[in-house]
Design a protein around this ligand. Structure first.
Ligand code: ADP
Ligand code: MG
Length: 547
């Protein structure tokens, strides 16, 4: 590595912007091993990419002794680096409240810390601002790394690491206890607003009902008491504005670990829990939706259903079978974002309409669990149709949870009831994707770009992900895009099923981390779940199947 970065930059002052390219490569700056991975072509392009490898981080070995601890520690250090660089133009992808595996920061199993940041190389008039660049790379960056890594608060780092490790353990304990989710007493579920993920000030802390109370063991916090959400069919009922959706959203987020202070540190959900919703307008490619759609007015087959413009109900039916295909074992559904005709069809409407093609979810929800082991947690304040099919009914009343299962079953047994027309849940036919349809290459250029939290550009396709609610952030969208490309380029071979391909993808991500998604290049990506990868794949308008 060269050791004259600052001097080189100063000597380039006033030169044309393109000369920045000569900085590519490794440098030694203070005690820092700094590598310029990519230089932006002009001042308006995405920032240049700089990697800093810290060999002498001096962090206690117990903080990086397991993969989960390393992920947590990296997240902690990235957050510190972001804080240290606040007010500078350097971009640090430390993420939101979720603790995800990120390409921006890793701790290797030998304790070496690797950080990657975006640095906009200064040169507003396409002339190099050498002195400014020298300060930025030669002083600002090393100082920030010293603050964030060498002077890291070890006690805070340990608390962070232990919080994440506890969440992992609580989540891992769910299946053995027959639970799909767990909400610790005292958890703070509501957020400040739809666009502000921080905990709501003055919120009523969660308190679970005695009937549903369980105690799980966390390695660091010890026994944690809270509400267990059991397998099977769970209904969340209650008056409007009493906290039903907030509870469900906390369960949606519980597939991820959260930072200390988030309020949801001890709210965990099975890793394969998937939020579903209606999404009219989405594309559907060869889905077997016959479980929910008996026939279509157009006469199209419903076990091989494609459309470029699904309705609310068919989109939700498609998303449901797709989730099951990808391996979901818990479905999370909110009445607020569901297609009513997909969810319910009451006794009176049954009498009036004899030819309804839609099979409401209420008829499939039990067989889905009995025959396929897929549980459902459903928010439903507006219809009593589900009271009879629910194993557990939790009522939210002024943000407090109580168990009203017995009363709900009494009411269901005595009241007027709908006629059950369908039994069982037909097996979903596994699909084999044509890998060539997952090739984002256009004119020799790879084009996979995250356009924020809600949109992915994949080749010629523009994928709307706004209804895929468990995506954490933009970097995860970038990870999803890369994962799709990886599926198309070597994982799927045109013979294995999509689910088998997702298994291989998971194994590769487990083995190589975000590195598997980057293919030697460098960019801010966060590791996605298989479910969000599948959701994006299923929304690709260019998706084709092998016959
Ligand atoms: P529902 O789905 O039952 O209509 P929501 O979950 O949407 O109700 O919650 C309604 C409002 O109450 C939201 O603004 C939410 O932030 C707030 N809220 C939810 N839970 C709590 C709580 N534990 N403490 C304070 N406010 C809460
Ligand atoms: Mg609601």
């Amino acid at each position: 590595p060269r050791d004259d970065l600052a001097a080189s930059l100063r000597s380039m002052d006033g030169a044309s912007y393109g000369r920045y390219r000569s900085l590519s490569g490794r440098w030694s700056v203070a005690s820092l091993d700094l590598e310029v991975l990519r230089v932006q072509a002009d001042p308006f392009a995405p920032p240049s990419r700089v990697r800093m490898t810290v060999h002498d981080a001096g962090l206690p070995a117990d903080l990086w002794s397991t993969a989960d601890r390393r992920r947590a520690l990296a997240s902690f250090l990235l957050r510190g680096l972001r804080r240290s660089l606040r007010g500078t133009p350097v971009n640090v992808d430390a993420g939101g409240p979720e603790v995800l595996e990120r390409s921006a920061g890793t701790v290797r199993d030998d304790g070496v810390v690797v950080l990657e940041v975006g640095v906009p190389f200064p040169g507003p008039k396409r002339r190099i601002l050498g002195r400014e660049a020298a300060t930025l790379l030669g002083e600002t960056l090393p100082t920030a790394v010293r603050e964030a890594v060498h002077s890291a608060d070890h006690a805070a780092a340990r608390a962070f690491v232990e919080t994440v490790e506890d969440a992992v353990a609580l989540r891992a304990a769910l299946a053995d206890r027959g639970l799909v989710g767990f909400v610790a007493d005292g958890a703070v579920l509501p957020r400040r607003s739809g666009v502000d993920d921080r905990p709501l000030d003055g919120a009523t802390p969660f308190a679970g009902p005695d009937e549903r109370s369980v105690t799980l063991e966390a390695p660091n916090a010890g026994p944690v008491r809270g509400m267990g959400v059991p397998e099977g069919v769970t209904l969340i009922v209650g008056g409007g504005y009493h906290g039903k959706s907030t509870l469900l959203r906390a369960l949606e987020a519980g597939v991820y670990d959260h930072v200390p202070g988030d309020g949801r540190e001890q709210v965990v959900t099975r890793p394969d829990a998937v939020k579903l919703r209606a999404e009219d307008g989405r594309a559907v490619t060869h889905d077997d939706v016959s479980a929910f759609v008996a026939h279509l007015p157009s006469g199209e087959p419903t076990d091989d259903f494609s459309t470029t413009n699904a309705s609310g109900s068919t989109s939700q039916a498609a998303s449901t079978v797709e989730a099951v295909e990808a391996g979901a074992d818990v479905l999370l559904i909110d009445e607020d974002t569901s297609a009513t005709n997909m969810m319910i069809r009451d006794a009176r409407m049954q009498q009036l309409i004899a030819t309804e093609p839609l099979v409401p979810f209420v008829e499939r929800v039990r067989p889905l669990h009995a025959e396929h082991g897929v549980s459902t947690v459903l928010v439903m304040g507006g219809s009593g149709d589900y009271l009879g099919v629910a194993d557990t009914v939790i009522m939210m009343d002024a943000y407090r949870a109580s168990d009203v299962t017995a009363r709900a079953h009494e009411i269901a047994a005595s009241g007027p009831s709908r006629t059950v027309e369908h039994t069982g849940f037909p097996a979903v036919t596994p699909r084999v994707v044509d890998p060539a349809s997952l090739d984002p290459t256009a004119k020799g250029k790879r084009r996979v770009t995250a356009r924020g939290r809600d949109r992915l550009s994949f080749g010629e396709d523009d994928v709307d992900l706004s209804a895929v609610e468990q995506i954490a952030d933009r970097s995860q969208v970038a990870g999803i895009g890369r994962a799709l490309a990886l599926l198309g380029d070597g994982v799927l071979d045109g013979t294995i099923t999509l689910a088998e391909g997702l298994d291989l993808l998971d194994a590769e991500l487990e083995r190589r981390g975000t590195e598997a998604l980057l293919d030697g290049r460098s960019e801010d990506v966060a590791r996605p779940r298989r479910h969000e990868v599948a959701a994006a794949l299923n929304r690709l308008r260019s998706l084709r199947l092998r016959p």
